[in-house]
Structure formats: C-alpha cells, structure tokens
Design a protein around this ligand. Structure first.
Ligand SMILES: Nc1ncnc2c1ncn2[C@@H]1O[C@H](COP(=O)(O)OP(=O)(O)OP(=O)(O)O)[C@@H](O)[C@H]1O
Ligand SMILES: [Mg+2]
Length: 314
C-alpha cells in the first residue's frame, strides 16, 4: 500500500476547501476520516461560522452525489425519505425517492425540524435503508450525513434526543476564528464562494480508501486504552450517563482512518487522544459541567500506552 495515498488525498481536499472556507483544516480532516469509516458528522456552531459553507465545500471536493435539505418547522418525514406519488400519465402510483438518496446529505439546521423528521433521518442513518409505502429502499454507498445545528439554547429549536446523538461518529463544535482568519474573511471577497472548489477525488478513490482502513494495525494496548477511556466516562464525577460500547467501536474505527490520514498504517496513542474528545463529547450527559472539560480530565488521568511497545509490536 502506498502510505501517502490517503494523506495526499486529504491534503488536496483541505486545499480545495480552503479556497472557499478558511481556518477549518482540522475539521476537514475529521470530515474525511468519518467518510472513510462510513460515519456521520454533527457540526455545531453559532450562526455565521460557515457551517453550511464548510459542508458544501467539502462535498464539492468529492466526486459523489450530494443533496441538501434545509430543516424547517413545517418539514415532513416524507420530504426527506420520499413518497408515493400519482403519475397521471401512467395512471398509477410511483415511488419518488427523497433527497436522502445521495452519497453526501447535508441536513442543514437539523434542530429546526420537529422530532418526527429528525428521527426519520436518524433511522435511515442507522439502518442504511428507507421504507417507502412498505417497501425498503437501499441508500447509496458511500453514504454520509453532515448535519449542522445551532447551539441548542437558541429559541425555536428542537434539541436532538440524546439517544440519537450517539448515531453521529463525531460532533464538531466550531468556535470563533482567530483575528488573522477573520481579517482574511473580511478582506477577501471571494471567500465563501463554494463554486471555486474543484472535485479532486472520484467515487472509486473514496471506496478504495474506505477499504484500506481495515488494513491499519492497532496494537491491543491501544484498543485497551480506547476501552479504558470509554468506560472511564461512566465513573467520572459530574457525569450522569457515560458513553456506550458504540462509542468504543466508533473510536476504534476512526483512529484507523486517522492513522491513514496522517500517513501511517498503524495507530499511535496520540491518534486516540486527538479523536476521543470529538467522539465522546456528545455521548455523555453531565450535570453542570462542559463534557469537554470532563473528557480532558479523563484523558489526563488515564495511563497512556507506551509508544515503544506499540511500535515494536505493530
Ligand atoms: N471561516 C470562514 N471562511 C470563509 N468564509 C466564512 C468563514 N466564516 C464565515 N464566513 C462567511 O460567513 C458567511 C456565513 O456562512 P454560512 O452561511 O456558511 O454560516 P452558517 O454557520 O451556516 O450560518 P447559519 O447558522 O446562519 O446558517 C458566508 O458568507 C461565509 O463566506
Ligand atoms: Mg447555515
């Protein structure tokens, strides 16, 4: 395997996205990692932080089908999944597949639609299929949902149920840019124009990279470390409900993709440290403390596997 294959691919995606949206290189790499493991991403942030632009620009770099659904209070589940419609020419009903039948689906402002609509989307994400008028329809592959939402305290929103947050591989919280980045946003009038972003990867490239993830080596000490972190969330102070085994499974997969993205075919402890906050932050329910603070403490107090051992054995 050419180790630079995935690394170069990600670098080109990062380069293209930055023609339209700047300051989110790490976030683009995370999106890419999730794509490689067949995962879904929740992007959270205040209005005007370029959530929508980031998702659109990322999707444009990929030679995949793309659709965007703007979630609104009056949306119906069938507006996403599809429905039976009467075709007067044929004199019969036929299935019209909804916008969820695309490789990359941008579910924009997901918390502005009522729970019924949200759960139609989340069910499809979990099952990889949609039932329309009693008949199952397979979703395309690759399939990835990028959902955006404003922080849930904002008025007129329906917070996603905790149980459903677990379906997202990672939650990425965007924060305000640095002064330098904001200076460029203010001065470069072309920024924000996603039409400047070129497609740099084909569907075949992406499918091939997805299959490489399985060949990445993970030492048992790394897996043990992942399990300790996930289990650790359940006994931290201020945590009401900790992370599930699904979190352990997700982190176990995502670190493999992360190794490839960084030009390695084996996972190192730092991969776990870097990714754990993104994988865990939406899967633990705390009382009064920011989950990210709890996770930082957890990482600090959990013994890290020895790098020498990891490298010697992998
Ligand atoms: N980091 C950035 N790089 C480039 N443009 C940016 C950046 N941050 C904000 N902008 C600009 O701000 C505008 C808002 O972006 P966008 O609509 O994607 O934000 P949003 O987070 O989806 O907002 P909302 O929550 O209101 O939907 C765009 O014109 C975009 O170009
Ligand atoms: Mg938006």
């Amino acid at each position: 395997m050419d180790l630079d294959y995935v690394k170069n691919a990600v670098d080109s995606v990062v380069r293209e996205v930055s023609k339209a949206v700047i300051g989110y290189d790490l976030e683009v790499r995370l999106l890419f990692g999730c794509l490689l493991v067949g995962g879904h991403v929740l992007v959270e942030g205040f209005p005007g932080l370029a959530k929508t632009s980031l998702a659109k620009a990322f999707a444009r770099t990929l030679g995949l089908s793309f659709s965007r659904v703007q979630f609104t209070p009056d949306l119906l589940p069938s507006d996403i999944t599809g429905s039976l419609i009467f075709n007067p020419r044929v004199g019969d009903f036929e299935v019209r597949l909804g916008p969820i039948f695309a490789n990359i689906v941008l579910a924009d402002e997901i918390n502005r639609a009522p729970p019924k609509v949200q759960s139609a989307l989340l069910e499809a994400m979990q099952e990889g299929q949609v039932t329309i008028a009693g008949k199952p329809h397979e979703l395309p592959k690759p399939f990835m949902v990028i959902a955006t939402q404003n922080p849930i305290e904002l008025e007129g929103t329906y917070p996603l149920p905790e149980a459903q947050l677990d379906r997202f591989t990672v939650r990425i919280r965007l924060s305000y840019p640095s002064e330098d980045v904001e200076f460029r946003i203010a001065s470069d009038i072309e920024l924000g124009n996603v039409n400047l972003v070129n497609t740099v990867l084909s569907r075949d490239d992406i499918v091939k990279m997805q299959s490489l993830v399985k060949s990445v080596r993970v030492d048992d000490s790394i897996t043990r470390y992942i399990v300790r972190l996930v289990r650790g969330t359940r006994s931290m102070r201020d945590v009401k409900i900790g992370a599930s085994p699904r979190a352990a499974q997700t982190l176990g997969k995502l670190v493999r993709a992360w190794a490839l993205i960084n030009g390695r075919n084996y996972v190192i402890p730092d991969d776990v440290k870097q990714l754990a906050p993104y994988v865990l932050n939406h899967r633990i329910i705390t009382v009064g403390t920011d989950p990210n603070i709890v996770i930082r403490q957890l990482i600090q107090q959990t013994p890290t596997p020895l790098m020498e051992n990891v490298i010697r054995r992998t």
